[in-house]
Design a protein around this ligand. Structure first.
Ligand code: NAD
Length: 400
């Protein structure tokens, strides 16, 4: 079938297998170059990693970095759909099929579990695989971005993207028409805040670590990292002070709890505060796509723009896996350092008030935003012939 992008607002309902493969190959090429640059200052080198949320965005980049910069064996957990009938598989499915095939060719162990990471069943299945194939893991990355969480008793909690103090009225990019609109983001109820914390907070991360420790499937000196975002004041009402910010605050507290609880064993939990980037998760947050397209414009001009793979490689090679991890006063790894640079933020603040539908193309990197968006689903990659028929069915060696 000839696959074309079908974009509905902030989501694309199709994905291109060849394009996703090229996207993964490009990230692998970057990670391999970084491997050559690794020097003796990289004190720690993870060998057996578990990545929860491994198929797209930051989690995929993490898996690629660990495998190709550090030669680590990786087990990934994801929630993706394979192709059926006229429907293509999801991008994360194709990414993972490609990653596993590259890893097999390069003699790297890579296995994937597809299912709900929140569930006990998937935790048990993952742990059984770790014990069978790797014995124990020495690194656990928590990179889930999920819309909902189903509890063991069937209760479903949903993550909502709302303000928490006042209704937040702001400029926003209407992704359907590329126009600047005024978005009004309502205030969440207490229940909605709690529900978002259940989904995107740290409870499930801690449950994973507890389960791994209980099963003796994690090394004594293991490192675990969860990804977070803080952002600039401009987006505080929808992010840092919004429902999602409350969940992230819970995640941050969980890092301290995990480190404290497993201090004797030497397990250390970190928060990595990453940069805002176009991913399936961030595209869904109101106001954020406009901010990202202004950020891209400024950072590309300054030469400090990074994508997921560059961010994650820098996290490992320059912040985390060095003699003494480079953390801020709260203990966080700050990969948002270039984003929050005052020069960058001053320029964004100056353009924020001026940006309109008419000057959007000049003031914001709207093309860069959409390029990243399409790339995520395997479209618009150079070297791919999109007029060619492709087979949508693609198996993931470790799954089917
Ligand atoms: P993403 O949507 O690209 O990836 C989410 C991953 O989670 C995918 O692998 C998906 O398969 C998996 N997943 C979702 N629900 C699952 C479930 N129930 N069970 C198993 N797997 C499931 O998102 P992303 O932007 O890479 O986000 C990853 C983390 O990084 C999040 O914590 C996010 O808050 C954080 N972060 C993102 C940004 C950004 O701008 N994108 C910035 C900083 C931090």
């Amino acid at each position: 079938m000839i696959i074309e992008p079908k974009v509905r607002g902030f989501i694309c309902t199709t994905a291109h297998p060849t394009g996703c493969r090229v996207n993964v190959a490009n990230q692998i090429a970057y990670a391999k170059v970084q491997q050559k640059k690794l020097s003796s200052h990289s004190a720690i080198s993870p060998k057996k990693a578990l990545i929860i949320g491994s198929s797209t965005g930051y989690g995929l980049a993490t898996r690629i970095s660990l495998a190709y910069t550090y030669q680590a064996s990786t087990i990934g957990v994801m929630y993706e759909k394979e192709a059926s009938g006229n429907r293509t598989a999801t991008a994360g499915w194709y990414n993972t099929a490609a990653f596993e095939s590259f890893a097999a060719n390069d003699g790297l162990y890579a296995q994937t579990i597809n299912g709900d990471a929140f569930s006990r069943e998937i935790k048990d299945e993952t742990i059984a695989k770790i014990k069978r194939d790797l014995g124990k893991v020495d690194m656990v990355i928590y990179s889930l971005a999920a819309p909902r969480r189903t509890m063991a008793d069937g209760t479903v909690f949903s993550s909502v993207l709302k303000a928490t103090t006042d209704t937040f009225v702001s400029k926003s990019l209407d992704l359907r028409h590329n126009t600047i609109e005024e978005a009004s983001i309502p205030t969440a109820t207490e229940e909605e805040i709690e529900s978002t914390i259940k989904v995107m907070g740290g409870e499930d991360w801690a449950e994973w670590i507890d389960a791994l420790v209980a099963a003796d499937a994690i090394e004594g000196n293991a490192i675990t990292v969860a990804y977070s975002y803080i952002g600039p004041e401009l987006t505080y009402p929808i992010y840092k002070e919004g429902t999602i910010g409350h969940a992230k605050e819970h995640l941050h507290k969980t890092a301290n709890l995990i480190t404290k609880e497993y201090q004797q064993r030497g397990i250390h939990a970190y928060i990595s505060v990453n940069k805002a980037l176009v991913t399936q998760a961030s595209a869904a947050i109101p106001v954020v796509p406009l901010y990202i397209s202004l950020l891209y414009k400024v950072q590309k001009e300054l030469g400090t723009h990074e994508g997921c793979i560059e961010q994650i490689n820098r996290m490992f090679t320059e912040k985390l896996l060095i003699e003494k991890p480079d953390v801020d006063k709260n203990g966080y790894l700050r990969l948002d350092d270039y984003e929050l640079d005052s020069k960058v933020q001053e320029q964004i603040n100056a353009t924020w008030d001026k940006v309109t539908t008419d000057n959007l193309k000049d003031l914001a990197d709207i093309d860069g935003y959409w390029d990243d968006f399409y790339t995520m689903f395997g479209f618009k990659l150079s070297g791919v012939n999109y007029t060619e028929e492709v087979d949508t069915a693609m198996s993931i060696p470790s799954i089917s």
